[in-house]
Write a protein of this length. Structure first.
Length: 212
């Protein structure tokens, strides 16, 4: 399992890349193909939030937008160990930094800002949609016993859209005639997961040696 927090980086609020703000949880499954790499599948969920009151940019601060977006993510990829991580070895505590690369499918809220609301523009949710993101995780892990593994990781996700923050809504207005508009900088959004992982081993340990 993964237990940690998330933060968003985009057109609203702070532009710090690592600033865990809201709770994030998930499940992770790994198939250890060799001591150096594993196939990894994960499902994560969190609420992304941003507010212009948490920024050093005076233009954003004066705009005073804020949002929240419920995000779910399913990811598949390969985890590379920088050192041999052999769960066969019961006499040695294994340790290794690792890198994870893959592809994620995400589900998130679509919304826009009704700028006629005074004094602060109101977030109007109108749909849920799906998209893709590219995960890049870096972490370290250790196995205190052959039966479980403890890790800590930071995972950056590059979303293949600029609309996690409602800055590039589709369409020209709602059925009440309220106009909504794009205000993004044409840079795609990011979101970051920071936390710990706890993995329990099960099944037969694979043999990594070549057959003669």
């Amino acid at each position: 399992m993964f237990i940690g927090a998330s933060n968003y980086v985009g057109d609203i609020g702070s532009d710090y890349y690592i600033m865990p703000e809201t709770a994030a949880i998930g499940l992770i499954y790994k198939w250890n193909v060799t001591t150096r790499y594993s196939l990894r599948f994960s499902a994560m969920t969190s609420k992304l939030e941003g507010t212009d009151y948490r920024t050093d940019d005076l233009n954003r601060f004066g705009r005073a937008y804020s949002f929240s977006n419920n995000l779910k993510e399913g990811s598949i990829g390969i985890e590379f160990n920088f050192l041999d991580f052999n769960l066969h070895d019961q006499e040695t505590i294994n340790f290794s930094p690792y890198l994870y690369l893959g592809l994620s499918i995400i589900e998130y809220d679509e919304f826009y800002f009704n700028s006629t609301q005074i004094p602060v523009a109101k977030q109007i949710n109108f749909n849920k949609t799906q998209g893709l993101s590219i995960p890049i995780n870096f972490g370290v892990k250790i196995n205190p016993s052959p039966y479980w593994v403890l890790g800590a990781e930071i995972g950056a996700r590059y979303a293949l859209n600029d609309n996690l923050d409602g800055s590039s809504p589709k369409g020209q207005g709602d059925n009440q005639g309220v106009e909504y508009f794009s205000f993004g900088s044409n840079n795609n959004d990011w979101y970051i997961f920071t936390g710990i992982t706890i993995s329990f081993t099960f099944g037969d340990l694979p043999c990594y040696c070549k057959e003669e």
